[in-house]
Design a protein. Structure first.
Length: 251
């Protein structure tokens, strides 16, 4: 499968702290990839660097055949853990905001915003404000907003970490349905092994700092995750145990 992103020899330090060292990876087109590992191993740092929010000390980021090291935009979007919604704007106002910044006309951007609001299941809440929504609904707004520029690549940094367990599980299922209709490539950071197995095609397991990729795990249930409850699959339990043991072996 053709890679949409290649990371080549990426290294990043903050003062004397070496966050990432010699990262090489490829992200496959139209797949979901999870980054898991101990706290402080550089997962979120790597996400920010690929997105262009941060810059590496060395190495390159190639997106769709073009060097995008240190630049933002270029077909990339981000979904944050804390939702990041503007409290004085309605759902519609929040979702259309990226295209408003881009100078897209009111009618065009609102039509597209309504399309994505409907896609995430919030058509009847378009005129509501963030404080009138549950946490799960607010994160749906964040997902719709990230889709507005029709990015090739979507980054999600602990996107469901602030939600209660029941809402988190439901939103995971809903997210897969949304993703299957967009054709985007998704990369997300999580501390949940279950979430990584359930959502992703591949899981990159990181060592402790300086962050390195310890191994890559192909999800055993990826092909079935859209059509059945893969959490009950025997391989799901087996791989969960193996990944847990792997992470516990880290200092």
């Amino acid at each position: 499968m053709t890679p949409v992103v290649s990371v080549r020899g990426l290294t990043k330090s903050y003062g004397e702290f070496e966050a990432l060292k010699g990262i090489n990876l490829q992200l496959r087109d139209k797949t979901v990839t999870a980054f898991i590992g101990p706290s402080g191993c550089g997962k979120s740092t790597l996400l920010r660097i690929i997105d262009g929010i941060d810059t590496p000390d060395a190495g390159r980021i190639v997106l769709d055949g073009k060097d995008v090291t240190g630049t933002t935009g270029n077909g990339r979007g981000m979904v944050f853990q804390n939702f990041g919604l503007l409290p004085w704007r309605t759902v519609l106002g929040n979702v259309e905001f990226p295209l408003e910044i881009d100078g897209v006309g009111t009618s065009e951007r609102r039509d597209l915003a309504r399309h994505f609001i409907e896609l995430v299941g919030l058509a009847s809440f378009a005129e509501h404000y963030p404080h009138e929504l549950s946490g799960g609904m607010q994160q749906r707004v964040g997902i719709a907003r990230a889709l507005m520029r029709k990015p090739i690549l979507i980054f999600m940094d602990e996107p469901f970490g602030a939600l209660d367990a029941q809402t988190r599980e439901q939103l995971q299922e809903d997210f897969l349905k949304i993703w299957s209709r967009t054709g985007a490539t998704v990369v997300f950071v999580t501390h949940s092994i279950d979430e990584a197995l359930f959502l992703s095609d591949r899981i990159f397991v990181f060592n402790t700092a300086p962050g390195r990729i310890r191994t890559i795990v192909e999800s055993p249930v990826a092909a079935e995750r859209l059509n059945s409850d893969v959490r009950a699959h025997p391989d799901f339990a087996r791989y969960r145990a193996e990944l847990r043991d792997m992470l516990r072996s880290e200092p």
